[in-house]
Write a protein that binds this ligand. Structure first.
Ligand code: NDP
Length: 330
């Protein structure tokens, strides 16, 4: 079977040559130890943080990749054989798994699809992107007095967070980098839709929100973050979720130079990474299925198996995707 590895640590923009495919012997059911499953990965989640794992350091909750590392990601897999009494062949499993066509995993590390929701919902609103969006809104606590800003709002986390803020009664201004993305946001019911790549973005935002932004759900970093800091309302909040525009630079987590502006306006900065909040997963699993009925969610599925993953990630980091980007593995 094939597996996908990092060929070399990329410098700057990721290139197809930074990846390589390897062949290893296929695992078989006879190798299963008690509590293990033989899995056939079907869909792989492609996420911006994957690029940050290719830097030499940064996060402490996840291992950094180096030349030769076997890559991994959130995966929806079907059970082919089970040595765990709670699982059967045909069940859907969700977990952070190596990028390999067939593999053996410990059942205890996997989520089991149990609800009526389609299995693919676990790769987006009921999975890690949904959890991230939900957590961000738990931290930011949007309400009717808020003017919320979400840029990259036609992406996976942004689209859900913006809708959750709206459900909580806030006014939500959204922004996205392409016309079809902005149309999708309009179809999802947003009436105030901007382009955060446009040179007049900040001027328009200032016009639309003369009282300022009270809650910025930050996904992009760089110039957008810097600019929006200037427009924050006194006593506002920045929920710092991601800095995707910096992930391909040498300093992927650089703070904007105008942090003093936040101090002056007494803005609270609430940074988080979802893996630090695993203890809140049960609460999320309880809450999200009921919220799902009113959420628009879009998948952006590319075909081509493991071979298609490098281009899928390179494209994601350029903004090609509308909705949650996945690669169909089989
Ligand atoms: P998205 O589906 O939002 O895809 C990324 C989007 O970001 C693109 O579609 C594009 O939207 C925008 N983008 C990409 N590159 C750039 C760039 N160079 N400059 C400006 N915009 C860019 O991905 P996710 O929803 O998975 O992730 C969104 C953010 O949330 C990321 O920063 C990610 O790291 C973060 N995140 C954080 C987590 C946490 O635990 N804190 C967990 C998961 C995600 P557009 O065309 O509209 O600009």
């Amino acid at each position: 079977v094939q597996q996908l590895r990092l060929a070399q640590r990329p410098e700057g923009e990721l290139q197809p040559g930074d990846f390589c495919l390897h062949r290893v012997a296929a695992p078989v059911a006879a190798q299963l130890q008690p509590g293990q499953l033989l899995l056939r990965p079907c869909y792989l989640s492609v996420d911006p943080y994957m690029r940050t794992r290719m830097h030499t350091s940064g996060y402490d909750y996840i291992e950094h990749w180096q030349a030769g590392s076997l890559l991994s990601g959130w995966t929806l897999a079907q059970v082919e054989a089970s040595a765990d009494p709670r699982w059967q062949a045909g069940d859907w499993a969700i977990g952070h798994l190596p990028m390999q066509q067939r593999l053996i995993a410990d059942a205890a590390t996997l989520w089991q699809q149990r609800s009526e929701a389609p299995p693919l919902a676990y790769m987006h609103p009921l999975g890690m992107t949904g959890f991230t969006a939900w957590l961000g809104m738990q931290l930011g606590q949007p309400g009717p007095d808020d003017t919320v800003l979400v840029c990259a709002a036609a992406g996976a986390v942004g689209s859900l967070a913006a809708q959750l803020a709206r459900q909580a009664g806030a006014r939500v201004i959204v922004a996205a980098g392409r016309e079809d993305k902005r149309q999708w946001l309009q179809q999802a019911g947003f009436t105030e839709v901007l382009d955060h790549h446009h040179r007049d973005f900040l001027a328009m935002l200032a016009q639309w929100a003369p009282q300022g932004i009270s809650l910025n759900f930050e996904l992009i970093g760089g110039q957008v973050f810097h600019g929006v800091n200037e427009l924050m309302r006194d006593g506002g909040r920045v929920v710092l979720c991601g800095l995707v525009s910096q992930y391909q630079t040498a300093q992927p987590r650089q703070a904007p130079a105008n942090l003093a502006q936040l101090q002056r306006r007494r803005v609270q900065v609430l940074p988080y990474v979802a893996p630090h909040y695993e203890h809140r997963l049960p609460e999320f699993r309880q809450a999200m299925p009921a919220l799902l009925a009113d959420l628009h969610w879009q998948l952006d599925v590319l075909d081509g198996g493991l071979e298609a993953v490098p281009a899928a990630l390179i494209g994601l980091l350029r903004g090609d995707n509308l909705g949650k980007r996945l690669v169909r593995l089989e």
